[in-house]
Design a protein. Structure first.
Length: 156
């Protein structure tokens, strides 16, 4: 098996993951800085605080950080406010794997819908989300970024 296809585990992040997770975010989002004209929102988040709040989930493959996501409860939905996969592991279905976990987590939390947003200039992400069944429901400027908002009904 390849390094990105070894034993997979999604687990809650711990304080010990904070620096490595922030570094992974910087690696994965660096390609968007020039396109967007500045750092994307995920590159400026306070991951120590998000981990302390219990919102960060880590994708561990073979004992190594390969990705993760931020999940937050809304009143009637689970917000996936960030999905990240290591550049070394992109294109291997791990983003879909993380989103399937989000779907299962929403079911566990008894929330009927998943929501997310992405920068309109991250067009490759829009293609992936739409292929996975997400639909657009709004577009607007928020926190200085043009964002596209998407949703998906929780399966089962």
């Amino acid at each position: 098996m390849g390094a990105c296809q070894d034993s997979r585990q999604i687990r809650p992040a711990s304080a010990a993951d904070s620096a490595d997770f922030a570094a992974l975010i910087d690696q994965a989002y660096a390609k968007y800085v020039e396109r967007i004209g500045g750092k994307p929102a995920p590159m400026t988040a306070d991951y120590a605080a998000l981990i302390e709040a219990g919102d960060v989930w880590i994708l561990d493959i073979g004992g190594r950080l390969a990705g993760g996501m931020i999940l937050r409860d809304g009143s009637d939905h689970l917000l996936v406010s960030n999905v990240v996969v290591s550049p070394k592991c992109q294109g291997q279905g791990l983003g879909a794997y993380l989103l399937a976990f989000a779907d299962a987590e929403a079911r566990r939390r008894r929330l009927p819908e998943l929501r997310l947003y992405t920068n309109e200039k991250m067009h490759e992400n829009l293609v992936i989300y739409e292929r996975l069944g997400w639909v657009r429901y709004a577009e607007r400027e928020e926190d200085g970024f043009r964002r596209i908002f998407m949703k998906k009904q929780v399966s089962g």
